[in-house]
Ligand binder design. Structure first.
Ligand code: TXA
Ligand code: MG
Length: 324
């Protein structure tokens, strides 16, 4: 299959929207990461997503909508707390899980009675979904198990020849995926920390519970190894000491630096100091260090405040301790 690369201009978005309506796969940028889209109401089209990514069938997808009103057709009811969160954070990096309606195909929800829905904020994504005129099922546009793509180049690396179109919208602004919150229960459960912080959410609806990575039944995706570079990711306080230690043992060592210390190792990527910068650069740095074929990636942990919770979640999922 030939993969066409499109720009974010009006004509190209129209072309991509028509392709989506015709059951084709289109990768597109959002404010978080690139998504791999298909018509959510077309089972056959959605099945192609799983195939292209090599994604396990029991990991459900997010349905993306272009307007808040489009939620109603996909769910049975919208509880008060969901309404509050939608008013506060849509369009934006928040995915809400609600009880699904009859029109949502089982293949999207992996047989669960609930569906995850999000309205992204990036104009290209909104235009595309609106023009397609249907909800768009879209997981991150990476091969299953690889870090999510934050530029079109990453999508090309993983999926060229396996999908119909890629819309190149440059680098994504946030760099980690949306926050996923389950509102079928009260208090709501944070299934995946992401672009909207726990603090922001709790300011609006009060306390939420955090799922310890495995409310497996509730968020089947959480049991799979995610966000993983091929190298071992190791969280350490003393970066240089760990680097020397591993290099002495003959390992090729990469460092993801969050300060300007002049470290010495086989490859060093400065990924920024603030949580915003770290989130934005994280997945790209994983991919870069993989290209250099390092055996070990060293990084200092950040604290759990704000976006730090999402960053630590991705690091832990990619780290030795969590690898299954
Ligand atoms: O930022 C994002 O959310 C990106 C962009 C493209 O929108 N999408 C994304 O999709 O990260 P994906 O498929 O890589 O992650 C979706 C997560 C998975 O952990 C999945 O298990 C969970 O959402 N999920 C989907 N439907 C669910 C449901 N009904 N109940 C619980 N968890 C669900
Ligand atoms: Mg993903």
């Amino acid at each position: 299959m030939h993969t066409h690369i499109l720009s974010g201009n009006k004509e190209d978005i129209k072309k991509a929207a028509i392709a989506l309506r015709n059951g084709k796969l289109v990768a597109f940028p959002t404010e978080t990461v690139y998504g791999l889209g298909a018509n959510a109401l077309d089972q056959k089209a959605v099945a192609k997503i799983f195939k292209a990514k090599g994604r396990p069938q029991d990991n459900p997808l997010i349905a993306h909508i272009g307007a808040k009103e489009d939620l109603d057709a996909l769910v049975l009811k919208v509880p008060k707390k969901a309404k509050i969160l939608i008013d506060a954070f849509w369009p934006g990096p928040l995915t809400i899980v609600l009880q699904k309606s009859g029109i949502v195909p089982e293949i999207i929800t992996a047989g669960l009675p609930s569906v995850a829905v999000r309205m992204p904020s990036l104009d290209i994504a909104l235009d595309l979904i609106k023009k397609a005129g249907v909800p768009i099922a879209a997981p991150s546009a990476n091969t299953s198990g690889r870090p999510s793509p934050t530029s079109a180049k990453h999508v090309i690396e993983d999926l060229r020849g396996r999908i119909d179109y890629i819309i190149d919208g440059g680098r994504t602004r946030i760099g980690v995926e949306s926050t996923v919150i389950d509102l079928t229960v009260d208090p709501p459960v944070l299934l995946r920390p992401g672009g909207i912080t726990k603090e922001e959410i709790e300011k609006k609806i009060g306390q939420v519970r955090i799922s310890r990575h495995g409310s497996v039944a509730k968020s089947p995706g959480m049991k799979y190894r995610h966000y993983s570079p091929r190298a071992e990711v190791i969280l350490t306080k003393d970066i240089q000491k760990s680097a020397d230690n591993y290099m002495n043992k003959g390992y090729k060592v990469g460092i993801m630096a969050t300060d300007k210390t002049p470290y010495s190792a086989d490859r060093i990527r400065y990924i920024g100091k603030s949580n915003e910068q770290i989130a934005k650069n994280l997945f790209e740095a994983f991919r870069d260090l993989d290209k250099y074929k390092v055996d070990i990636i060293l990084i200092k942990g950040v604290n759990d405040n704000g976006l730090g919770l999402a960053i630590m979640n991705r690091l832990k999922k990619a780290s030795t301790i969590d690898k299954e």
